[in-house]
Design a protein around this ligand. Structure first.
Ligand code: SAH
Length: 249
């Protein structure tokens, strides 16, 4: 049972690649895929690419060409939910595509052909991932990031939103979140790939789970926080959480 580990950015993948045993690089669809063994489990590591289409292509290749049995995404996201702060970790319960709108023919945000607005992640794999993040934050991970008030990072589970836009302005963030919340979809974090991978995985019946470290608040400071955070914090989280996860599977 091969597990695919998807990262959005090379900095996020670097720690995983460093620990990959018997690495074998395969080029496919203009992308590099890394076969190997990680913490005793057969894996394929891949970069999703940025945005929904790139991520969907990568997920499809992982399933069709590499025959992976499950896909796990580790990356960063902007925190938009109340109390979701930089350094916290969000495990996705489900996803919405915040830039999909075929209303009034379909409910806003619903992808035509799918049962509802929300694209669910796999419950079993997500529970494994949630436990892996908990174990990481209860151990070494607690020291990876410290809030200005000295409190440790927190773990959240809930709805994430994806769309082809890097949200770097408080006004855009509010315009995205408020209608979703008003319709009963309390979104915690925003990023650019997860919903596309969730959709492909639903099509193929392949279990999918995702976790994102909060790199910014999707507000006017997002462009400042983002590059620093990726290099110093996110890749260490990914490395430790993936180890806890693979050891538990
Ligand atoms: N600097 C990168 C591009 C980063 S795009 C490059 O040169 O390639 C932002 C990435 O981080 C995406 O993968 C997205 O999923 C995630 N992300 C983090 N914060 C985000 C935010 N506020 N809005 C949207 N995506 C965000």
């Amino acid at each position: 049972m091969t597990t695919a580990i998807l990262s959005a950015l090379p900095e996020e993948q670097a720690g995983l690649l460093a620990h990959l045993q018997q690495p074998r690089r395969v080029e496919h669809a203009g992308r590099a895929f890394w076969w190997g063994s990680l913490h005793g489990q057969p894996v394929v590591l891949a970069l999703s690419g940025i945005g929904k289409v790139a991520a969907a292509t990568t997920a499809t290749a992982l399933i069709e060409r590499f025959g992976v049995a499950r896909i796990v995404f580790t990356g960063v996201a902007g925190g938009v939910g109340e109390g979701v702060r930089v350094g916290d970790v969000v495990v996705a319960h489900d996803y919405v595509q915040h830039d999909m709108d075929v209303s009034p023919l379909f409910e806003r945000w619903q992808v035509p052909g799918y049962p509802g607005v929300r694209l669910p992640c796999d419950a079993g794999l997500s529970a494994h991932l949630f436990r892996a993040v908990s174990a990481c934050l209860a151990g070494d991970g607690a020291s990876f990031y410290e809030n200005s008030d000295g409190t440790p990072p927190r773990l959240h589970r809930g709805l994430m939103a994806s769309g082809d836009r890097f949200v770097t302005c408080a006004q855009v963030s509010r315009a995205l979140r408020e209608p979703l919340v008003a319709a009963g979809h309390d979104v915690l974090a925003v990023e650019m790939e997860g919903a596309a991978v969730a959709q492909v995985c639903l099509d193929y019946g392949v279990p999918f789970a995702a976790m994102r470290t909060i790199s910014d608040r999707a507000d006017d400071d997002a462009h400042v926080d983002f590059p620093v955070f990726i290099q110093t914090v996110a890749s260490r989280y990914a490395d430790h959480i993936v180890r806890h996860l693979l050891e538990s599977l």
